[in-house]
Design a protein. Structure first.
Length: 106
């Protein structure tokens, strides 16, 4: 059996160690994760409680994160024909919840 070894990436900051820096400064500079090729943008949008419940149900059933469920939904839309996709999106737009404040009980 051959052992498989994984070579760890060395932070560029480790190559230029300054002996006058404190341990805290050194750790701060060297502990950054390498940047990935993907740029992530956070987006906030309102959802109904029932939509969140569906996200959670699908997430739990598949042991996945909510964002994976969202990506799967986008992928499913891509797999539909343009007309079917437009119909579904139009239906969702038509049935979208109206924003506003909750009614006040008197």
């Amino acid at each position: 059996m051959s052992k498989r070894t994984t070579k760890l990436k060395v932070s560029p900051a480790l190559r230029n160690i300054d002996e006058h820096k404190t341990l805290r400064e050194l750790v701060s500079e060297t502990s950054h994760r390498p940047t990935s090729g993907s740029v992530i943008t956070r987006v906030n949008f309102p959802l109904l409680e029932e939509d969140i419940a569906k996200f959670d149900q699908y997430s739990e059933e598949n042991h996945a994160m909510r964002v994976s469920v969202l990506r799967a939904g986008l992928r499913a839309l891509e797999m539909l024909g343009e007309e079917q996709r437009s119909d579904l999106i139009r239906e969702a737009e038509f049935n979208r919840p109206k924003t506003g404040r909750k009614p006040v009980k008197k």
